[in-house]
Design a protein around this ligand. Structure first.
Ligand code: HEC
Ligand code: HEC
Length: 319
C-alpha cells in the first residue's frame, strides 16, 4: 500500500524530469527514423519493380513497332534501320544498388553514337526525341525510309508513356550490348550520302520474277530493300540468295524439315519455301518467332511453272 502511495505521490526533481524527457524524445526520434528508413527501402524496392515493368512493357512496344526496321534483337535491318542494341549505340551500363535498395544505372562506357552526332543530352532523351518526332529527312543513302513519327501528338500510334517504356527497354540493352561487328551501324554524319554501288542488273527472267513477287502480294508480308511495300510478317528477303544457302547448311533445317526431301541448293530451298511453307518454319520473323500457317499454301495453283521459275531465279539473285 505504501509503495503504491509512494509511486502515486512521487515528485521527481527537475533534473530527472528533464532527463527522462530527453531520453524519451531520443527513443521516439530513433523509432521514427527507423520506420522512415524501412519505408524508404520499401519505396525504393517499389521503384525498382516499377522500372522493371516499364522495360517489360517497352519490349512489347518494341516488337510491335520497331523490330521490323531495327531487328528482333536490335541488330538493325539492311536498308531499313540501324542497330539499337549495339555497343556503339547504347554503350555499356551496370545496375548498382545502395544499402537502401535504391537502384541506379551507372554508365560504364558512354554511347559512341551520341558523341559522333554531338548530342548533349542523355541517351534516353535522344531515343525519346527520335521516336516521338521521327527524322524528317533521310540522313543517309543507307536507308530506304525516313523515320516514322510515333507520338500520338503528331498523329503517330504511341502515347508518351509507351515511348518512355520503349526507351527504357533500349537502354537496358546496355547491360549486355551486341558487339559492333554483329550489328548494322549507321554511317557517321555526313558520310552516308555517297551514291550506292550500282546493283548488278537483273536478267530478263529475274526482272519478270520481280514482277511476279509484286503481283502475287508477297510484299504484304515480306520486305525486299527498295522493292514494293515493306511487309513485316515474314522474314526480310533482301539477301534471300545468300540466306537460302545458310539455311540448308544449318542444323535447324536438317533437324526440323518435315514431309519434304532436304533442298540441296539455295534455289531448291527457295522453291520449297514458296510451295510448302510449312515444311520448314524459319526461326525469326521481324516481330518475333515465325508462325506456321501464315504464308498461303496454294502458290502452286496461283502461278504458272514459268512464273515460279522466274520468281525463284529473282529471289536467288538477291545477295
Ligand atoms: C520504317 C522503319 C523504322 C521503324 C518502324 C522504326 N525506325 Fe527507328 N530508325 C529507322 C531509320 C531508317 C533510322 C535511321 C534514320 C537516319 O539516321 O536518317 C532510325 C533511327 C533510329 C534511332 C537513332 C539511331 C541512331 O543510331 O542514331 C532511334 C533511337 C530509333 N530509330 C528508335 C526507334 C524506335 C524506338 C522505334 C519503335 C517505336 C523505331 N525506331 C521504329 C527506321 C525505323
Ligand atoms: C500472309 C503472309 C505471307 C505472304 C503473303 C507470303 N509469305 Fe512468305 N513467309 C511468311 C512467313 C510468316 C514466313 C516464315 C514462316 C515459314 O518459314 O513458313 C515466310 C517464309 C518465306 C520464305 C523463307 C524465308 C527464309 O528466310 O528462309 C520465302 C522464300 C518466302 N516466304 C517467300 C514468299 C513469296 C515469294 C511470297 C509470294 C509469292 C510469299 N512468301 C508470300 C509469310 C508470308
Amino acid at each position: 500500500m505504501s509503495i503504491l502511495k509512494k509511486i502515486v505521490t512521487y515528485r521527481p526533481s527537475f533534473t530527472v524530469r528533464i532527463l527522462t524527457g530527453l531520453i524519451s524524445m531520443l527513443i521516439l526520434l530513433s523509432v521514427c527514423t527507423f520506420i522512415g528508413l524501412a519505408d524508404q527501402t520499401r519505396l525504393n524496392v517499389r521503384a525498382n519493380e516499377f522500372n522493371a515493368r516499364s522495360i517489360e512493357v517497352g519490349a512489347k512496344v518494341y516488337f510491335d513497332q520497331c523490330a521490323r526496321c531495327h531487328g528482333v534483337n536490335g541488330e538493325g535491318v539492311e536498308g531499313l534501320g540501324p542497330a539499337l542494341a549495339s555497343e556503339h549505340f547504347v554503350g555499356r551500363i551496370e545496375l548498382v544498388r545502395d544499402n537502401m535498395q535504391m537502384q541506379t544505372i551507372r554508365v560504364v562506357q558512354p554511347s559512341e553514337r551520341l558523341k559522333q552526332i554531338g548530342w548533349q543530352g542523355t541517351l534516353r532523351d535522344y531515343i525519346i526525341a527520335v521516336t516521338e518526332a521521327g527524322i524528317p529527312i533521310k540522313t543517309s543513302n543507307m536507308w530506304d525510309v525516313t523515320h516514322p513519327t510515333f507520338s500520338e501528338r503528331l498523329g503517330g500510334p504511341l502515347r508518351g508513356d509507351q515511348i518512355r517504356n520503349v526507351a527504357d527497354y533500349i537502354i537496358n540493352y546496355g547491360l549486355d550490348p551486341l558487339p559492333n561487328d554483329q550489328a548494322l551501324l549507321p554511317p557517321a554524319p555526313g558520310e552516308g550520302m555517297a551514291p550506292r554501288p550500282t546493283p548488278i542488273p537483273l536478267t530478263p527472267a529475274q526482272e519478270a520474277g520481280r514482277e511476279v513477287y509484286l503481283a502475287k502480294g508477297c510484299s504484304a508480308c515480306h520486305a525486299i530493300r527498295g522493292v514494293g511495300a515493306q511487309g513485316a510478317i515474314g522474314p526480310n528477303l533482301s539477301r534471300m540468295g545468300a540466306v537460302a544457302e545458310e539455311r540448308i547448311a544449318s542444323e535447324s533445317y536438317k533437324n526440323n524439315l518435315k514431309d519434304q526431301p532436304p533442298a540441296t541448293t539455295g534455289a531448291e530451298y527457295i522453291r520449297q519455301s514458296i510451295l510448302y511453307p510449312n515444311a520448314y518454319i524459319v526461326a525469326q520473323c521481324p516481330q518475333g518467332p515465325c508462325q506456321a500457317n501464315l504464308m498461303p499454301q496454294n502458290y502452286e495453283q496461283q502461278m504458272t511453272p514459268e512464273e515460279l521459275n522466274n520468281l525463284v531465279d529473282y529471289l536467288n539473285a538477291l545477295r
